[in-house]
Design a protein around this ligand. Structure first.
Ligand SMILES: [Mg+2]
Length: 178
């Protein structure tokens, strides 16, 4: 944090909406199939708490994924995420859909993705973020690479980074320390 450059700090301060890719970001990218062919994904509780803490501070979250899964619906409902866009192979089209519902400026939007399919959106938004285990092409253009991998704390790391940059973290923490 101490060595974070001013340009990144300024970008973080403006964020009002964070869009998350699902596989490889909210999860570690692995999909478990049962004998019936149904998919299961594993989410991180601390990541989820980070999303809730941002919501309390007025920063909304969205999910934008190329795949389709009931699991994602359940997870979004559990976290109170209203903006859920699945089967979006064209992620830029997904971003347009989100902008129709929430007309934020692009500089007020962060996107977190881990693969080349995420590049078009990462290039458009104000803050491009990827995970420690993201692909090289994404890492090369990201404003910030989390130290934690996808599905294992990367989302929480970004949530705390945004909240700290916007001077909202201490107030959140004080509720738990009193
Ligand atoms: Mg992904």
């Amino acid at each position: 944090m101490l060595e974070m450059d001013e340009r990144l700090k300024e970008k973080l301060k403006k964020i009002r909406l964070v869009i998350f890719d699902c596989d490889g970001v909210l999860t570690d990218g692995r999909i478990i199939y049962n004998d019936e062919g149904q998919e299961t994904k594993v989410f991180d509780v601390r990541d989820g708490h980070g999303i809730k803490l941002m919501a309390r501070a007025g920063i909304e979250s969205a999910i934008l994924t190329a795949r389709e899964s009931k699991t994602v619906e359940h997870r979004a409902a559990n976290l109170g995420i209203e903006l859920v866009f699945q089967s979006m192979k064209d992620k830029l089209a997904g971003l347009e859909e989100i902008l129709k519902l929430r007309p934020f400026k692009l500089e007020e939007i962060a996107y977190m993705g881990d693969d080349i399919i995420d590049l078009p959106v990462l290039k458009r938004v104000g803050l491009a973020v990827t995970v420690a285990d993201g692909v090289d092409e994404v890492k090369e253009m990201a404003d910030y690479i989390t130290s934690r991998p996808g599905g294992r704390g990367a989302v929480r790391e970004l949530a705390e980074l945004i909240l700290k940059s916007q001077s909202k973290w201490d107030e959140i923490l004080s509720r738990y320390l009193s």
